[in-house]
Design a protein around this ligand. Structure first.
Ligand code: GLA
Length: 474
C-alpha cells in the first residue's frame, strides 16, 4: 500500500522534535560543546538521565558543555518536553579520533559578505542562528572566511586580526558564539598569502594553530592559493596544519579547500582533514561551464563521480549553500554577473546537497531570510537525510533523457529516492516503471513524497519542472 504525506517544512512545528546529528565526536580531554538540536515551541526542556561525568547540560537550551577524558562511546538518553508533548532520543558521543560522524552544519561569511565582515555582523549572525531556529535544526558553526586578518603578523610570528573590524578580538567573538552553544570557524591558507592576499599560513602552522586554539576557534578552513601545484606538496602542507591543530588543547575541525584539483577525497582524511571541497567555488547560477566559477549543476555532476569516497569524517564538500542569495551575494554574484536562481532551483540545490551528504554551510544573510529560504534551509526532513548516520554511497539507478534517479539507503533500512531533472525543460518521468522496479526489490511502502502537494494515489507520471528534484522515502 502506498500512502503519501507532504514533506514537512516544519521549521516552526510546535511539538518537540530532535534534529541534526545524533552521533558526534570529540577528542579526549578537550572541551566539548554541542547544542542538542530540538525544534518545537519554547519553553522546552531538554534533559538527560545519564550524562557522562565531566559534562553538563543546560536544560533550557540543550547546550552540553564539559570534557570527557576517557576514549569510548557514550550514549546519552535525552528527553525533550513542552506543552505539546514529549519525545526521547539517544545522542551518541564518540570520544576518540573521529569528529564528524555526519556532515558539518553551519554558516560562512564568504558568499554574501566577502571582505565586508566585522564583529557586529558576526554577533548578529550568531543571534540569527538562534532566533531563526537554525540551531534547533542542527546548524552550529559560524565560519569567518577570508579578510579577518591584520596587516601583518606579530614579531613573534603569531597571527593578528583586523582590530578595526574586530575591536574586541576573535576570542571575544568565540566566547559570545560559545555562550549560544555555537562554534567558531576561521580561515587561512596553505600558501604565502590567502586567496584574498592576506597573510597565509605556510611555515606558521604551529603558532597559528596554537593562537586559534587560544582564541577558542573550533574549525579551520584551509585554502590553497599562492601554493605549489604539486599534489605531494599540497599533502605535505595539509599534513602540517592537520598535525598542528591536533597538537592544541581544542577539538578543531580541518576543512580542506584545494578545490578538488588534487583529488583530496583520496588523501584528505589521512592528513587530518574532515571534509574537502570537490570543485572550485560555487557561483549563484544553475548552469554554466566556467572552469573557476562553478554552477550548481556542474557541482552536482562532480558529486556523482566522487560520492563513493564520502564516508564518516571524510565528507565531500560541494561548497557553501547559495540558497537565498538571489544574485546579491558579493562573492557569488561576481558584481552582478550571476543573477541568482529560482526558489525551485535553490530547493533542488539543497535537496541534492543533502542527498550527497555535503556539509550544509548556509551562505546567505540569515538575519533576513524570506519564507522560501527558511522553508529550504530549515526543512527538517531534508536535513534528516543529510544527517542520517548510515554513510553508504548514493546509487544512480537510472538516467534517461537527463532525468536522474538516485537511491540512498538510510540507517533505519528505509530508502530515499531523488528524481532530478537536469534539463532546462519540463520533463515527465514514468513513475510506474520505477515503482515496478522497486517492488521487484521488495521496497513497496512509500512513506513520503515531496511534491509540494498532497497525493492520494501513485501518479503514473511525474511532471518535473526544469531543474526540479523530487524526493520520496520508502
Ligand atoms: C577561495 C575559496 C573560497 C573563499 C575565498 C576567500 O576562492 O575557495 O571559498 O574562501 O578563497 O578568498
Amino acid at each position: 500500500m502506498f500512502s503519501f504525506a507532504l514533506w514537512s517544512q516544519n521549521y516552526n512545528a510546535l511539538k518537540p522534535h530532535f534534529n541534526g546529528a545524533s552521533v558526534i565526536g570529540n577528542y579526549p580531554e578537550k572541551p566539548l560543546i554541542f547544542t542538542v538540536p530540538v525544534s518545537g515551541e519554547r519553553p522546552l526542556e531538554i534533559s538527560c538521565q545519564n550524562l557522562p561525568e565531566g559534562l553538563k547540560i543546560d536544560t533550557k537550551t540543550g547546550i552540553i558543555t564539559g570534557k570527557i577524558n576517557a576514549k569510548g562511546t557514550y550514549k546519552l538518553e535525552l528527553k525533550a518536553e513542552n506543552i505539546h508533548g514529549n519525545t526521547s532520543h539517544v545522542l551518541t558521543i564518540h570520544i576518540g579520533e573521529n569528529l564528524l560522524y555526519t556532515p558539518l552544519m553551519g554558516w560562512n561569511s564568504w558568499n554574501v559578505f566577502e571582505e565586508d565582515i566585522n564583529e557586529q555582523l558576526i554577533l548578529e549572525i550568531a543571534d540569527a542562528m538562534v532566533s531563526s531556529g537554525m540551531r534547533d535544526l542542527g546548524y552550529q558553526y559560524i565560519n569567518l572566511d577570508d579578510f579577518w586578518h591584520g596587516a601583518h603578523r606579530n614579531t613573534d610570528g603569531s597571527p593578528t586580526y583586523d582590530s578595526i573590524k574586530f575591536p574586541n578580538g576573535i576570542k571575544y567573538l568565540a566566547d559570545y558564539i560559545h555562550s549560544k552553544g555555537l562554534k567558531l570557524g576561521i580561515y587561512s591558507c596553505a600558501g604565502e598569502k590567502t586567496c584574498g592576499e592576506q597573510f597565509g599560513g605556510n611555515g606558521y602552522e604551529a603558532i597559528d594553530a596554537k593562537t586559534y586554539a587560544k582564541w577558542g576557534v573550533d574549525l579551520l578552513k584551509y585554502d590553497y592559493c599562492f601554493a605549489p601545484y604539486s599534489k605531494n606538496k599540497a599533502i605535505d602542507r595539509y599534513q602540517k596544519i592537520g598535525a598542528a591543530l591536533q597538537n592544541t588543547d581544542r577539538t578543531i575541525v580541518l576543512s580542506i579547500c584545494e578545490w578538488g584539483l588534487r583529488k583530496p577525497w583520496k588523501w584528505g582524511r589521512s592528513v587530518g582533514g574532515h571534509y574537502w571541497r570537490i570543485t572550485p567555488d560555487i557561483f549563484d547560477t544553475w548552469e554554466g561551464k566556467h572552469v573557476w566559477h562553478k554552477s550548481t549543476e556542474s557541482i552536482i555532476r562532480k558529486a556523482i563521480k566522487v560520492d563513493q569516497y564520502a564516508t564518516v569524517d571524510a565528507w565531500n564538500d560541494m561548497d557553501m549553500l547559495i540558497v537565498g542569495n538571489y544574485g546579491k551575494g558579493k562573492a557569488t554574484s561576481k558584481g552582478g554577473k550571476y543573477k541568482g536562481m529560482t526558489d525551485l532551483e535553490y530547493e533542488s540545490h539543497m535537496k541534492l546537497w543533502c542527498l550527497f551528504k555535503s556539509p550544509l554551510i548556509a551562505g546567505c544573510d540569515i538575519r533576513n531570510m524570506n519564507e522560501a529560504t527558511k522553508n529550504i534551509l530549515l526543512n527538517s526532513d531534508l536535513i534528516a537525510i543529510n544527517q542520517d548516520t548510515l554513510a553508504a554511497p548514493v546509487k544512480l539507478i537510472s538516467k534517461t533523457k537527463g532525468v536522474f534517479v538516485f537511491e540512498r539507503k538510510m540507517q533505519d533500512e528505509s530508502y530515499v529516492y531523488a528524481i532530478w531533472n537536469s534539463k532546462n525543460k519540463k520533463q515527465s518521468f514514468n513513475y510506474l516503471k520505477l515503482s515496478k522496479k522497486l517492488s521487484e526489490n521488495g521496497k513497496t511502502s512509500t512513506k513520503n513524497l515531496n511534491s509540494n502537494t498532497y497525493l492520494n494515489e501513485l501518479p503514473k507520471k511525474l511532471e518535473l519542472a526544469p531543474h526540479e528534484t523530487v524526493l520520496f522515502k520508502m
